[in-house]
Write a protein that binds this ligand. Sequence first.
Ligand SMILES: Cc1cc2nc3c(=O)[nH]c(=O)nc-3n(C[C@H](O)[C@H](O)[C@H](O)COP(=O)(O)O)c2cc1C
Length: 402
Amino acid sequence: MKKAIQIKDNVYWVGVHDFNCRHFHGDLFPIAEGTTYNSYLIVDEEITLIDTVEEEFFDIMMERIRSVIGDKPIHNVIVQHAEPDHSGGFIKFMQCYPNAKAYASNAGVNIMLKQYFQDYNYRKVKTADTLCIGKHTLTFVEMPMIHWPDNMLTYIDKANVVFSNDAFGQHICSYDIFDDAHGLAKCLDCAKDYYANIVMPYGTQVANKLKQIQEMNLTIDIIAPAHGIIWRSYIPEMLSAYADFANMTAQNKVVIVYESIWKHTRMMAEALAEGLGRNGICVKVYQCSATSPAVLMKEILDAKAILVGSGNYNNAMAGSIAGFLERLASCKVKNKKALGFGSYGWFQGVTAMINERLTKAGLTLLSDEVLTQNYTPSEEDLDKLMELGKNIAEQLKNEAEK
Ligand SMILES: Cc1cc2nc3c(=O)[nH]c(=O)nc-3n(C[C@H](O)[C@H](O)[C@H](O)COP(=O)(O)O)c2cc1C
């Protein structure tokens, strides 16, 4: 029998492992080792469930719940987020516990009705609303657009746990469900990965919400997200890292993303990298089509500049680069520089197209120069590109010192 894991007095993890998940949210976020869908059970006078799990894992969640409360009824279910990885088991849950009261944000209720078509007389809650369940009181905080309109978090007093849903999540899929079993570096790295791929477009909302939560002066012993491990030992470090993610705080780092069939654009990319890398910049070089988009998004989060290159193929940029620029535009990047480059045969215009899309995505061009190369770069061309890389390095370092 699958069992619950106690995380605090009267609070239990009753979630599930999805070891086979390799594509989180479609192709948005390829992941290596699966994930968890975390739901939590609070045992008080009114037994309360925080979130459900993906529908196919419902029975496992129920086994864990019954390992704690047997056949006792559950009085409340909190739908913190209507996305199916957290609400997919909700209908089956209500079939098991038809008298349970369901709570969600206003937007959450709307989405639940649009997704599942059945009205369960949802109770709508908003920021600062409370629910007394016996010895404990729950306080709700709406978190719109972190990362859907309906997200909210729930705080339970006395146990001092924040159930944060998607915020602070990561894809560590383990039975060691606390952060300290995995070490700070891994936990922050996985949180960064998750943030870059799921939350990045909503940095402004994250920064504001972090401020609001700080102002609430909550005593927080545990932050329990809806994916991955639970934070208890690294909470200050994680909150500080999240503030950096939200502000897109940049390192002295440049990411070069390119596509190239006959290696001409690749030669340009590597010459630029040489000039940057030999002059104090951490430089990362990726062929776009050979790289997981999750890696690219994570690298971009703390980069100062992004150089994007493509050969000209039928007077257009490579499809992989067009897709990458589309994703970049959706990320609402702040305070980042960029420059296009690329090789062509008989029409020079693709680099200008890349620059235009970079500008539209909110990035500032590093230079007015339109960096094009007719067919193969010569040694002299490559030296010039290395020199340009060096100049960009100096420019970025000077800006950092200001
Ligand atoms: C399938 C294909 C289509 C191409 N179409 C164009 C084109 O429409 N206009 C152009 O200027 N060059 C075109 N070229 C030439 C390439 O842009 C040129 O060979 C360039 O150096 C390729 O850079 P790369 O080695 O980085 O892929 C085409 C090349 C290929 C392979």
